[in-house]
Unconditional design. Structure first.
Length: 371
């Protein structure tokens, strides 16, 4: 970013000269400050933590691996793919004929499960270099075992599978699926998740907001107080409900069926989104994603959502649920939000059986992190 040094000094006064130099200095300081990039910031690659027989996927391992292979294939077409697994040879054999192996990197590591979005490093950019923040992952508020997954980021950094400066934030519980950044100093999150008593109970909302602002160099935190999905284990992660997109746009899940159990909460969410303002004090452009038709497995409604999409270099990978009309409508909305991106649907009916979707099993890394 170039700084304009052609400054007109009114009366060549010492005061105006000092103010002009202060302005230039402030711009320079702002440029060097660490920031939390948006998901559409140029990427080096994406992490997938692969399912195996000792995960909750054991009863449907072949089915879910087919989904993972499709995701892997689309990622490796465009950028590097880091696969974390205790069984490298098995995974390599399964994907070799499907995936661009030149773009695949493996890391051997014991894992509890597959939700890379929530146990993966959250990356900031500091002086054009990556800063890898490692937070506690405690199984979404102590619901599930996470002792192995909580160590993955440290192992990756220690073994140089991820390049960047390691930042220990293991005094704070935070999952990647619970926050959305515009890369300009605004963070979008949900009260239901971040104020959960089983995450950071020692802190109140003000404490948590101050911590987020300080850690991520934020100017504002937008707290979404409404919205949920039946069957969700995450306490309303933001990436199931509303997502920040380029050009001050937010896409969100809309429910128009007044008889649906989600109608009241999602309508309240939509009304609150209308009140949010950018740092320039302008309303966001809001684009409504369709509500997926009810998906039930073993008698339980599952949290199928089109908001759980992944942005990669030059493409948006989004989950589909074998609902042709809704799948098509979601693609159209995402194309409006990302007009210069390829919109690619991937059948995620397998993933939703364990209450997650496409964004949940991935973690993107900005340029310079995976080599």
């Amino acid at each position: 970013m170039a700084i304009n040094t052609n400054v007109a000094f009114e009366g060549n006064s010492e005061k105006s000269l000092q103010l002009s130099f202060d302005h230039i200095l402030n711009q320079s300081i702002e440029m060097r400050a660490a920031f939390l990039p948006s998901e559409w910031y140029p990427q080096s690659g994406v992490q997938l933590t692969w399912p195996h027989i000792n995960t909750d996927w054991a009863y449907m391992l072949e089915e879910v691996e087919r989904c993972f292979i499709k995701i892997a294939k689309e990622i490796a077409k465009r950028e590097l793919l880091l696969i974390v697994t205790p069984n490298v040879d098995e995974v390599r054999q399964k994907i070799t004929n499907e995936v661009n192996m030149d773009n695949v990197r493996f890391f051997v590591c014991d894992t509890n499960d597959t939700w890379a979005r929530d146990h993966g490093a959250i990356t900031m950019i500091e002086e054009e270099k990556p800063l890898l923040l490692d937070f506690v992952f405690n199984g979404w508020g102590l619901k599930f075992a996470s002792d192995l997954d909580n160590q993955i980021t440290r192992h990756l950094v220690q073994n140089k599978a991820l390049e960047g400066k390691y930042a220990n934030h293991l005094s704070f519980v935070l999952e990647g699926g619970s926050i959305e950044s515009d890369g300009q100093g605004t963070l979008l999150t949900t009260s239901e998740c971040l104020l959960s008593p089983n995450r950071n109970a020692q802190m109140n909302k003000t404490d948590i907001e101050d911590y987020l602002k300080s850690t991520f160099n934020l100017q504002q935190v937008l707290w979404l107080d409404y919205g949920y999905l039946a069957g969700d284990d995450t306490d309303s992660h933001i990436d199931t409900l509303a997502r920040i997109c380029p050009h001050d746009t937010i896409v969100y899940v809309e429910c128009n069926d007044t008889t649906d159990e989600h109608y009241e909460a999602l309508n309240a969410m939509k009304e609150q989104l209308k009140t949010f303002r950018t740092l320039a004090e302008k309303p966001y452009r809001l684009l409504a994603l369709p509500m997926a038709d009810k998906v039930v497995f073993d008698g339980e409604r599952l949290p199928a959502t089109y908001a759980n999409f992944l942005i990669v270099n030059e493409a948006v990978l989004y989950p589909t649920y074998q609902q042709p009309e809704n799948d098509k409508k979601a693609a159209e909305v995402l194309q409006e939000a990302f007009p210069n991106y390829e919109i690619v649907g991937i059948d995620c009916c397998a993933l939703i059986k364990q209450h997650g979707s496409l964004h949940c099993v991935t973690m993107q890394f900005p340029k310079g992190v995976i080599r």
